[in-house]
Design a protein around this ligand. Structure first.
Ligand code: ANZ
Ligand code: ZN
Length: 867
């Protein structure tokens, strides 16, 4: 038997697709299809890669899935947009500059060129004419304009905020550069410093970003839930506690105004202005505040830490009872960034407050009891115990609230507070505004000039883009833009005086928040988008990427789309109609006797089948299959796989092994199985058991012996179409493999009309094309076609052929199930009776008895009555 020569075939078909411009989607350069093109549009996008220099298996899986969707939709008659670009700004390029002395731009552009070459052999149906790279001024100039538009709309502001500061290198560190609280290069404990930074007002859209999640019915529930929690909407109240002996008051946020009668203290954050005021005259307070700062600001650390408080000496007046005083503490568990940075504590109904009250000996007073409990006994038990009651119930010990349910009591308190202007209902979000300033070189310059007289002045639009200077040095830590001799020195656009450019650059999430829209018309100059092109292509119909972007990237993009709409750039709110998050690629891990990680190609099987070191022959132990990572050395290089087995085998294995949302275990046997199957498939057309008729032969009226295969084929068409529609690639593969088995048996038997064989084989090639495009074209050409397979339409199934021609009947004897019977759908009563009585189990059960009656319920049951 011959072998499929993928080394010849794969490049050959890639060249044909390119020569015929099969994936071109921008005939006029304005992003739009040709005027006469009336096909509906379909935009499929995979999250664009960071140009690290090498593609990895995760990329192969991601882009293969997107490619299947693109090819499938194209075959179905859609005008498909399937672009590719590079998320090209970011820290690794700067690290390369620091470590190897190569300029970040040079490093990045070389990586892009390398990766483009590595993607080619995969045979992806990408429109490379739309390629973009975010580090080029022709891309980032538009986001500088967007930044200015956002400024005009009040969606940008500047405020002091904390950064990670390396005290040895004297530089700001990105979060990724802080490892276990220490600087990545110096190992020095990181300090917190305040710096003025730029923020985008994502919170302006908090309510919408939350409520619109409901409309995203083609997103995974998991991602919607993560965004829901991230936005974190809480309904509650702002309550004002006058401060005794002062003329100001403490403003707190609470979700439980119904528990106000259970209050026993107030607490403020260590960063609260009132805390700072007290610290000015109270060194102990200052020491306590400094102590809290060491805890860091991560919510997790705060959650875990022991609850501590410092009494300020101040007393707050209870808003519902002017005689009632509450001590005010500075507490380490109150965050300045949430609500108002101040709380009232109700120990009986909040565990944190409970623990705090116990430690400090503060009163614990139950004010809510379960509906069916005896209030007095319940309160006594709670106050003596160690657990807060956070469930639903009715108000007790609460004056005018007594007897009301939690929800009613909340409303009643808010109404009462509003009457005396001591409170109001409010909604609070966990979502924070997006800090976009980065003290880095390799990013988009923020288009602002700082003037000592005029303040922060936007760069005039006719002076955009503000480009990065090329002549920078990375020989010292810190931001080279900051110490560049001339770049930052400019005159103020307003007053003409000496001024300085903003030397911070934008967070790289900025670029990825609108690239999907730029792909709609990547060549237009002078504006970010051709409005008609974004109106035509957006939203992205199917977006595919990793779950690690479930919150930030996807939320920022949703925010950007709204902000861009409000600035008149485009007309929609939700950029991604369908979202799919794929699983990771895993591989077994290996260690030698000394516990060192070994890579898969260092490991082989010895004569006895045990794992050994390939060159040293020493024993190797295999560990769990884990996500492929450099640190565990369990990666497989896609280039090596494609070299050995071809792109189609890699694609097939990626798609077939497990559901696409799950993790996939890369195994040698898996890729070899895929390779063997491809050869089998190839032989069906290259070396058919029975010669095939010429193409385009007419369909015979009577399919004769070919009917069962035709039924199987049409079931396969229907099933695969449905699977690809829902991105169930693995089941599509399973169906096609099953049909291949049926076809092989049919071909070997050599009967049935030849037309059916050709038709089945051609359809099989068509159905496989989205997944293994090269071999599919090869089969198509072996079957005698000149024109490319990808120009042929997706097949539709014939519903008549989906109806089974047999039915399965349950056979009972005296009402007890004794067997099953497959009969022709149109079999008559006599035939069914005879077949039922002939079943061995039925003969056994009726032996020595007389059959009195046989009842046939058509299509369902046969009951034999015998005694
Ligand atoms: C009084 C109270 C009584 C509370 C009670 C809870 C239970 P979520 O649901 O997350 O919005 N809180 C408010 N601001 C805070 C801050 N800056 N740092 C720490 N805690 C803060 O939680 C809101 C609740 O968390 C608020 O309701 C407040 O405590 C606390 F039986 O007020 B509550
Ligand atoms: Zn000025």
């Amino acid at each position: 038997a011959g072998r499929y020569n993928f080394r010849h075939s794969e490049p050959h078909w890639q060249e044909r697709w390119e020569a015929e411009k099969c994936f071109q989607s921008d005939p006029n350069g304005d992003g739009l299809p040709a005027k006469a093109d009336s096909r509906p549009k379909y935009y499929v996008l995979e999250m664009f890669p960071y140009p690290s220099g090498r593609i990895h298996m995760g990329h192969v899986r991601n882009y293969t899935m997107g490619d299947v969707v693109a090819r499938f939709r194209r075959a179905q008659g859609y005008n498909v947009l399937h672009p590719m670009g590079w998320d090209a700004f970011g820290l690794p390029a700067e690290n390369a500059a620091i470590e190897r002395g190569v300029h970040p731009g040079q490093w990045t552009r070389r990586n892009i060129a390398d990766m483009r070459q590595q993607f080619r052999p995969l045979g992806l149906s990408i429109d490379w004419d739309r390629e973009l790279s975010t580090c080029e001024p022709e891309y980032y100039r538009h986001e500088q304009a967007m930044f200015l538009d956002f400024m005009d709309k009040g969606l940008v502001y500047r405020k002091e905020s904390t950064v990670n500061w390396d005290p040895v290198d004297h530089t700001v560190l990105a979060n990724e550069q802080v490892i276990d609280g220490k600087g990545w290069r110096t190992g020095a404990p990181v300090e917190r410093r305040k710096l003025a930074q730029w923020f985008l007002k994502i919170t302006h859209y908090a309510e919408e970003l939350l409520s619109a999640l409901e409309t995203l019915d083609r997103w995974p529930d998991k991602v919607r839930l993560m965004q829901h929690n991230w936005i974190g909407r809480s309904e509650g109240a702002r309550v004002f506690f006058p401060l005794a002996g002062r003329d100001d008051r403490l403003e707190v946020f609470t979700t439980r105004p119904d528990t106000l009668y259970g209050a026993s203290f107030c607490a403020i954050s260590a960063q609260h202005p009132l805390a700072a005021e007290i610290a000015e005259t109270n060194p102990e307070a200052a020491a306590f505040i400094a102590d809290c700062a060491r805890l860091g600001t991560s919510e997790e650390a705060i959650e875990k830490a022991e609850k501590k408080g410092f009494f300020t000496g101040l007393e707050a007046v209870h808003p519902l009872d002017p005689e009632w005083r509450l001590p005010v503490y500075i507490a380490n568990f109150v965050l300045m960034e949430y609500g108002t940075g101040a709380i009232f504590g109700c120990p009986a109904h909040d565990q944190r407050d409970f623990d705090f009250a116990r430690r400090l000996g503060l009163p614990i007073r139950a004010v809510v009891a379960p509906r069916d409990a005896d209030p007095v006994a319940f309160a006594a038990e709670l106050e003596a115990g160690s657990e807060a009651f956070t469930g639903d119930g009715v108000a007790i010990n609460s004056g005018f609230l007594d007897g009301l349910g939690v929800a009613e009591a909340k409303r009643a308190v808010i109404d009462r507070l509003a009457e005396s202007a001591l409170g109001e209902g409010t909604v609070q979000f966990r979502l924070r505004d997006w800090g976009v300033s980065r003290q880095r070189y390799w990013g988009c310059p923020i288009p602002v000039i700082h003037c000592p007289t005029c303040g922060a002045v936007p760069v005039p639009r006719d002076q955009l883009p503000v480009t990065l200077p090329e002549d920078v040095e990375f020989d010292r830590p810190g931001n080279p833009l900051d110490r560049h001799p001339t770049w930052a020195k400019v005159s103020c656009p307003k007053c003409g005086g000496a001024a300085r450019r903003e030397t911070d650059t934008l967070d790289t999430f900025f670029e990825s928040s609108w690239y999907f829209a730029r792909f709609c018309s990547p060549k237009v100059e002078g504006q970010a988008f051709n409005r008609a092109a974004v109106d035509y292509w957006l939203p992205v119909d199917q977006y595919i990427g990793g779950i690690e972007h479930a919150v930030l990237h996807l939320l920022y993009s949703r925010f950007f789309t709204r902000a861009l709409k409000d600035c008149g750039y485009l007309g929609l709110e939700e950029p991604f109609k369908g979202l799919f998050t794929q699983g990771m690629i895993c591989h077994e891990t290996y260690k030698d006797a000394d516990g060192r990680w070994l890579s898969p190609d260092q490991v082989t099987r010895g004569e006895d089948g045990a794992l050994v070191h390939r060159t040293e022959g020493t024993p190797v132990s295999a560990g769990r299959s884990e996500k492929m990572s450099k640190s565990k050395r369990n990666t497989i290089d896609p280039a090596a796989i494609i070299e050995a087995y071809g792109a189609d085998a890699a694609r097939l294995f990626m798609l077939s092994d497990s559901p696409p949302e799950r993790d996939l275990d890369w195994t040698d046997s898996g890729i070899e199985g895929a390779w063997r199957y491809l050869n089998r498939l190839w032989r069906l057309a290259a070396e058919p058991a029975t010669p095939l008729p010429a193409p385009n032969a007419p369909r015979p009226d009577d399919l004769g012996d070919g009917l069962p295969l035709m039924r199987a084929l049409h079931k396969t068409i229907a099933g695969v179409s449905d699977d690809l529609d829902r991105l169930r690639f693995n089941t599509a593969v399973a169906r096609l493999r099953e049909f291949t088995n049926a076809y092989e048996a049919f071909d070997a038997a050599g009967d049935g009309p030849d037309w059916v064989r050709r038709h089945a084989l051609e359809t099989l090639a068509r159905l496989w094309e989205p997944m293994i495009p090269h071999l599919a074209e090869e089969l198509w050409s072996l079957l005698g076609h000149e024109r490319l397979l990808i120009h042929t339409d997706w097949p539709t199934h014939d519903p008549a052929l989906l109806v089974d021609d047999t039915v399965t009947l349950a056979v009972q004897v005296n009402g007890k199930l004794r067997g099953q019977l497959d009969v022709a759908r149109d079999a008559d009563r006599q035939t069914i009776e005879a077949a039922a009585l002939a079943l061995p189990n039925v003969t056994a059960q009726t032996a020595g008895k007389t059959v009195r009656k046989v009842i046939v319920v058509p299509g369902r049951i046969v009951n034999v009555v015998a005694n």
